[in-house]
Design a protein around this ligand. Structure first.
Ligand code: OGA
Ligand code: NI
Length: 354
C-alpha cells in the first residue's frame, strides 16, 4: 500500500507532513475536538529558581533546596536560572540542532529507526503503526552519558554537531546531578542519595523540531505524557509551546519563555522514589504558525537494568509503598509494545492499586 499520499492514514518517516513542510495539517494529524489545544492558554505560574551559590554557600543552599522541594510538590515543574551553563553553550546546542534539522532528508535518513532500543535514532511518530494520530514533530534521540561511549554514533553533519551538542550534554548531566541532590535532600534522604547511581546511569536526549504549522489549533507536537526519568531538563529556542497540566485544577498552562532559563520537570522515577510525594507532571507540546520550535530535552535516570524503588525512608504505615520497582529496560520493553498515550502510561502499570 502506498502510504505517502494525503488520503492515507499515516505518513512514513522521511515523508511526513512536518518534514515536507506542508502548509496545512492532513487528516491523520487532526485530533478529536476535545483533545485539541485551546487558544490563549493561561501562563503557568511556576517558580523560577536562582541556583547561584547552591553548591558552595550553605545558607543559600537551604533556601534553594526548600524552593526546589516546594516546586516539585506543588507544580512538578520549575525553571532554573544562574545554573552555570553559559549562553554560548546553550546557543550552540540550539543552533547545531537547527542546522541538523535543515539537512536534506537523505542525511537524516541514516539515523531513521522505529526500534526504541537504538541508542541514536531519527523519527517522527511516537510509534509508527500504533499512533492513532500523528504528531507534528521531528526528533533525534541520542544516548549521551558517558559521552565518550556514545558521541561517535551521533551525527557528524553539521560538522560542529558533536562538539556543540556534547558540550551541552556534559554540562546538563552535571546540572541534573546537582538538582537531584537538592531534590533528595528536600525529601530528607540527603544530597548524595542518588549521585552514584545517576552518574552510572542513563542520559537520553531528545533533540526536537516542531516545524511551523498553519493549523496549530488542530494538531499537537507531542501528546500529553509523563517522562520515564527522574527529572527532565528542557532547553528551548525562542518559540514557546510546552504546556503542563496543572496539578491542582487539571487545566493546561503554557510554560513562559525566560531567556537563558532551563525547564525542569518531575518524571515517573522521581514519583516512584518519593513514594508519590512528588508527582510526575503531564505535559504536551503545542504548535505555532510563525516559526519552528527547537527544544532539547535531557532525561536522567538510573542504569539500564537498575531497578528504581520507593525510598524505604519514605514508606511507613501512613504512606504504604505505592509503586512496584522497575528499570529503564522494563520501560523500553513496555513502550516498544504500547504507545505514549497517557491513560496507558508505564507509570500506571507500576502503581500499586489500593
Ligand atoms: C519530551 C518533551 C518537551 C519539549 O521530549 O519528552 O516533553 O518542549 N519535550 O519539546
Ligand atoms: Ni516529555
Amino acid at each position: 500500500m502506498k502510504k505517502n499520499n494525503e488520503s492515507s492514514s499515516s505518513f512514513p518517516i522521511g515523508e511526513t507532513a512536518q518534514e515536507k513542510r506542508y502548509s496545512h495539517a492532513p487528516e491523520c494529524y487532526k485530533l478529536q475536538p476535545f483533545d485539541r489545544p485551546r487558544p490563549n492558554t493561561e501562563i503557568a505560574d511556576i517558580p523560577i529558581i536562582d541556583m547561584e551559590g547552591m553548591c558552595d554557600d550553605p545558607m543559600r543552599r537551604i533556601k534553594v533546596v526548600q524552593d526546589i522541594g516546594n516546586a516539585c510538590k506543588l507544580s512538578g515543574f520549575f525553571q532554573v536560572v544562574n545554573h552555570g551553563i553559559s549562553q554560548p553553550i546553550l546557543d550552540g546546542a540550539i543552533s547545531t540542532a537547527a542546522r541538523f534539522f535543515d539537512l536534506p532528508t537523505k542525511e537524516k535518513e541514516k539515523f531513521m529507526s522505529n526500534e526504541v532500543h537504538e541508542p541514536v535514532r531519527y523519527g517522527t511518530s511516537i510509534q509508527d503503526g500504533l499512533d492513532k494520530v500523528q504528531f507534528w514533530r521531528v526528533f533525534l534521540k541520542q544516548y549521551a552519558h558517558p559521552l565518550k561511549e556514545w558521541v561517535h554514533l551521533w551525527p557528524n553533519n553539521p560538522p560542529e554537531y558533536r562538539q556543540k551538542m556534547g558540550d551541552y550534554a556534559v554540562a546538563v548531566q552535571k546540572m541534573a546531578i546537582d538538582i537531584m541532590g537538592a531534590i533528595t535532600e528536600s525529601l530528607g534522604l540527603g544530597p548524595t542519595y542518588l549521585t552514584t547511581k545517576l552518574d552510572d546511569g542513563m542520559q537520553v536526549m531528545f533533540v526536537n523540531c516542531y516545524p511551523r504549522c498553519s493549523q496549530p489549533e488542530l494538531a499537537l507536537g507531542l501528546p500529553p505524557h509523563t517522562d520515564y526519568t527522574c527529572i527532565t531538563i528542557v532547553l528551548q529556542n525562542s518559540a514557546d509551546g510546552l504546556e503542563i497540566r496543572d496539578l491542582g485544577d487539571g487545566s493546561w498552562r503554557l510554560i513562559p519563555l525566560v531567556r537563558s532559563a532551563l525547564q525542569v520537570n518531575v518524571g515517573d522515577y522521581l514519583e516512584v522514589l518519593s513514594n508519590g510525594r512528588y508527582k510526575s507532571v503531564v505535559h504536551r507540546v503545542t504548535l505555532n504558525n510563525e516559526k519552528a520550535r527547537i527544544s532539547i530535552s535531557s532525561l536522567h535516570s538510573l542504569g539500564m537494568d537498575v531497578k528504581m524503588e520507593s525510598a524505604k525512608e519514605l514508606v511507613d504505615e501512613e504512606h504504604p509503598k505505592g509503586y512496584k520497582e522497575s528499570s529503564f529496560n522494563d520501560f523500553l520493553d513496555f513502550i516498544s509494545k504500547n504507545n505514549l498515550e497517557e491513560e496507558k502510561s508505564f507509570l500506571k502499570t507500576v502503581k500499586i492499586q489500593k
